[in-house]
Ligand binder design. Structure first.
Ligand SMILES: [Zn+2]
Length: 275
């Protein structure tokens, strides 16, 4: 089993390398399309890379990025001229023409785990990074999840925007319209009441959505919603299907991070695969 997996992974790496070499060659011949993510493009304007994390802690699990790995990633972003934006700043840039910093990145966390406060928040502050945390309101204060006090502290600091990941995290495609409306409006209202802020954004639980659900999200007063589909964000994109780049704990987390940050947007720009 492990040998088969190792072979598949090795083959995948070779394929990625070949694709990358091809991509570099292809882009080199087309200078008008060779700009990196974050720079201006005549058709769709600047791009924002949206990163998606879940946990930052010491568990050996693909959804748990180790604190030193998370710190290395934030240090890399800072040293290489990336600048974080909030979901609101991204929205204003794409709808109102508000300026974006160079190499804009939006850092998101799903589910509202307590480790986001314990490990990620101090690192974000240390490197001057902002992030959004999508919380499941019925789980706030439960073991392993953020408390409302922690959420309020992070929100007040200006470092973290607390946004909605619904009330129960039920997959919206499995629910009735009435249930969907409850999940959307109750979570939004609860966060707004407790934190005294406007909740503008949603992350779809498990990423599941369709056009009808997107219309209910808009109706509930959200300005945009994030999927788990792989991609970048620009003004031509659908605000109720904002794509993200997932960051996982792997056998070489930093290499995977760099690959995702740098190479995948390049593949995407020349029209190659999303996964
Ligand atoms: Zn989730």
């Amino acid at each position: 089993m492990h040998r088969i997996m190792a072979r598949i992974i090795a083959q995948k790496k070779i394929l990625l390398l070949v694709l990358f070499v091809l991509a570099v060659g292809f882009v080199a011949q087309r200078p008008e399309r060779s700009k990196a993510a974050g720079s201006a493009d005549s058709v769709s304007g600047p791009k924002v890379i949206v990163l998606n994390y879940h946990k930052v802690d010491n568990q050996n699990h693909s959804l748990s990025v180790l604190p030193p790995d998370f710190e290395q990633q934030m240090a890399f972003l800072k040293e290489n001229g990336y600048h974080t934006v909030t979901p609101h700043e991204m929205y204003m840039a794409f709808t109102d023409g508000a300026p974006l910093p160079t190499n804009p990145v939006l850092i998101t966390f799903d589910d509202g785990y307590a480790d986001n406060y314990t490990y990620a928040y101090p690192i974000l502050k240390k490197y001057g990074m902002k992030a959004a945390i999508f919380v499941i309101t019925s789980l706030m204060g439960k073991p392993g999840y953020l408390t409302w006090g922690q959420a309020a502290e992070m929100e007040a600091s200006g470092v973290v925007s607390i946004e909605s990941h619904t009330v129960t995290h039920g997959s919206l495609t499995d629910l009735t319209d009435e249930q969907i409306r409850y999940e959307l409006t109750e979570a939004k209202h609860d966060i707004e009441q407790r934190l005294g802020k406007e909740v503008e954004f949603l992350a779809y639980p498990t990423g599941a959505y369709n056009l009808h659900i997107a219309s209910l999200v808009q109706e509930a007063g959200y300005k945009g919603a994030f999927t788990v589909r792989y991609g970048n964000m620009d003004r031509a994109a659908n605000f109720y299907a904002i794509e993200r780049v997932p960051i996982f704990h792997t056998s070489d987390t930093f290499a995977s991070f760099l690959e995702r940050l740098k190479f995948v947007p390049l593949f995407e720009r020349i029209g190659w695969a999303k996964n």
